[in-house]
Design a protein around this ligand. Structure first.
Ligand SMILES: *[C@@H]1O[C@H](CO)[C@@H](O)[C@H](O)[C@H]1NC(C)=O
Ligand SMILES: *[C@@H]1O[C@H](CO)[C@@H](O)[C@H](O)[C@H]1NC(C)=O
Ligand SMILES: *[C@@H]1O[C@H](CO)[C@@H](O)[C@H](O)[C@H]1NC(C)=O
Ligand SMILES: *[C@@H]1O[C@H](CO)[C@@H](O)[C@H](O)[C@H]1NC(C)=O
Ligand SMILES: *[C@@H]1O[C@H](CO)[C@@H](O)[C@H](O)[C@H]1NC(C)=O
Ligand SMILES: *[C@@H]1O[C@H](CO)[C@@H](O)[C@H](O)[C@H]1NC(C)=O
Length: 561
């Protein structure tokens, strides 16, 4: 279908908060529709397109995309883009398209029927043109507004009967449940796929959110998911078709030895969900390194293995309480971000929503997992946005200058990377777009790519050095602890130390923190991830500087003695 030239402004936001001086929007041209190339999602030119999405809820009782009583649609779309997302996972309930009584309700009628008079006046003030449109027309208007702003959309069938999702016994969990008739579901998918056939910014459809409950089983999964995938593909061959797993979308392990059998290829993506509470209170109650190691191993067995098998994996829900007060969420986030950078998978944050018209009977409920604040006016927490910003553009994949493979040292708790501002300043954390290019050798040396310089421990609590004699034990960096996120080396007196950051974001070494057992302490300042990258470096060092490096005395390039 129609090729479209599509602009994306990945990394516009990047470091608005603290690094406003480096804000250079990177505009690149994307040719839709999308397809897959092994584990990557690519455009018509074979260039990787990384989905960096945010979930926008439109499947609750009122069936109107949330927030339209707070801000104009177009302003919300622009805000999504300015926060660095290139895509929205827009949810919808089956009944919206299979029950005409519902689909043709107007926004006013729908809100009225739930007594939401304040939301009616909010919509009249902020989006007056939609108040008497049908729910189906408004869903399309939202998609179209996102398209006008070059935001891609994934239509996510979230539930059958409109309402908050999910529980094992809500009648929406699995094929054959009270509200989940497989034929009606196929009808709904087909109508939705047809309705958006030819709408270029609709790049994908996810078949069903979080299958679950007592009826779930593998055989029915193949039977119905394959049928659903075929139905969507035949109604709209442009979209990528996204298949979710069992047990609240945690489990795709059955695919390891039994691939899906479909009549088409190059359009299939799998999705998985991964929150802190996916593992209950494990993070709060355990040692962060040990929990991270265990949880990641499990995730790789349940879904992550698909990447190695050559399928794209879209982590279509993750997120945290952005107030920063939930210890379980906070500990999970550092581990999640490290893995997300390392595997460089596609993702969608839960959620855009700052507050709901009506959720679970509560009017105007505040959403602490939302990136927007209650009145949809500003980002809820700019620190959080900075943490995820490095993940909003791809580290590698088709079309990224594959001539420049290197390693980036990523620091999840800040979302920053290790870089050198100049030769004479200590190493610091800074925007990953300016990351130093490192080379991690089989001898476990971290050298500055293209030079003989390597990362070295100086004294405890002192800035690390970049030196030329790279054979001593202070130049050898092992990834230790169960999380494999501590980078450890030896100080001059033989003590094992770990890479850390001080309060000025200077890279130092300190005694390694809570590698195991201790459940109370937080190791996150010492969590780093070595990430493979082929991003072209924004800071290609001029030749003159390289020469001055080589002329400089081998030791103490910071002139510390
Ligand atoms: C459609 O929805 C209305 C309102 O909820 C309901 O009364 C009606 O029974 C539904 N129709 C069908 C065919 O399910
Ligand atoms: C895949 O599906 C086709 C068509 O339904 C069928 O003929 C074929 O046997 C199936 N292959 C496997 C491996 O199940
Ligand atoms: C934002 O998140 C950080 C880190 O979790 C937390 O310390 C801070 O208090 C949060 N800020 C607001 C305004 O909620
Ligand atoms: C090495 O030095 C550090 C800091 O000066 C000290 O805490 C540690 O005990 C020393 N280790 C040994 C083995 O001497
Ligand atoms: C951080 O920088 C300030 C100002 O330059 C300095 O006074 C302070 O000692 C530094 N802190 C550390 C831990 O080095
Ligand atoms: C990163 O690159 C190294 C060296 O090529 C490789 O061994 C490793 O598997 C890569 N990691 C990932 C996550 O692809």
């Amino acid at each position: 279908m129609g090729r479209l030239v599509f602009f994306s402004f990945v990394s516009i936001f990047s470091f608005l908060v603290t690094f406003s001086d480096v804000m250079i929007p990177q505009k690149h041209v994307m040719a839709l529709p999308l397809s897959t190339d092994s584990r990557w999602i690519v455009d018509e030119n074979g260039q990787r397109v990384k989905l960096a999405c945010v979930n926008w809820v439109s499947h609750l009782e009122v069936m109107v995309a949330e927030g339209l009583s707070k801000q104009p649609m177009d302003a919300i779309a622009k805000r999504i883009l300015s926060m660095g997302f290139n895509c929205v996972r827009l949810t919808w309930p089956v009944f919206l398209v299979t029950n005409d009584t519902l689909g043709f309700l107007t926004v006013r009628q729908s809100l009225q029927s739930h007594g939401l008079l304040e939301s009616i006046s909010g919509i009249q003030a902020n989006n007056p043109s939609i108040i008497d449109l049908s729910l189906l027309d408004v869903y399309q208007a939202v998609v179209s507004s996102l398209g006008d702003n070059n935001v891609m959309v994934i239509l996510d069938n979230h539930i059958s009967k409109p309402g908050w999702c999910c529980s094992n016994f809500d009648g929406n969990g699995f094929f054959g449940d009270q509200y989940f008739d497989p034929d009606e579901w196929i009808t709904g998918l087909t109508r939705m796929a047809s309705m958006f056939n030819g709408v270029p910014n609709v790049v994908g459809m996810s078949l069903r959110n979080e299958l679950r409950g007592p009826k779930q089983n593998v055989n029915d999964w193949y039977r119905y998911m394959q049928k659903g995938a075929e139905a969507v593909h035949s109604a709209n061959p442009d979209v990528i078709v996204i298949l979710s797993g069992l047990n609240y979308d945690k489990d795709l392990s059955f695919l390891r030895n039994r691939p899906v059998n479909l009549t088409f290829s190059g359009k299939i993506v799998f999705e998985a969900h991964w929150y802190g509470f996916t593992d209950g209170e494990a993070w709060r109650n355990g040692n962060s390194n040990q929990v991270c190691g265990r949880v990641v191993d499990n995730m790789m067995r349940m879904s992550g293995f698909l990447l190695d098998q050559g399928w794209p994996l879209f982590v279509s829900e993750f997120g945290v309480d952005q107030r920063g007060t939930n210890v379980n969420d906070n500990r999970y986030l550092g581990c999640f971000l490290g893995v997300a950078a390392e595997l460089d998978f596609d993702w969608a944050l839960w959620t855009l929503v700052g507050s709901y018209y009506l959720r679970q009977g509560v009017l105007g409920m505040n959403e602490y997992y939302g990136v927007l604040n209650w009145n949809w006016c500003e980002a809820r927490n700019s620190t959080f946005l900075q943490q995820i910003s490095a993940l909003q553009s791809p580290f590698r994949g088709p079309g990224l200058s594959e001539v420049n493979p290197h390693t980036v040292i990523f620091h999840p708790s800040t979302g920053l990377c290790v870089l050198r501002k100049s030769l004479f300043e200590p190493l610091r954390l800074g925007p990953c777009s300016e990351s130093e290019s490192w080379n991690y050798t089989p001898q476990k040396i971290l050298s500055v790519k293209g030079t003989y310089f390597c990362l070295q421990t100086d004294d405890l609590a002192e800035p690390v050095k970049v030196g030329l004699i790279c054979t001593d034990s202070n130049s050898k960096w092992e990834t230790i602890s169960d999380s494999k996120m501590h980078l450890s080396s030896k100080a001059s007196n033989g003590t094992t130390v770990c890479l850390d950051v001080d309060s000025n974001n200077t890279i130092v070494t300190n005694i390694c923190k809570c590698l195991s057992k201790d459940n109370a302490c937080d190791p996150e300042s010492q969590w780093f991830k070595l990430v493979n990258s082929t991003r072209s470096s924004a800071m290609i060092k001029p030749l003159s500087q390289m020469i001055s490096i080589l002329n400089f005395p081998a030791k103490d390039i910071y002139g510390s003695s």
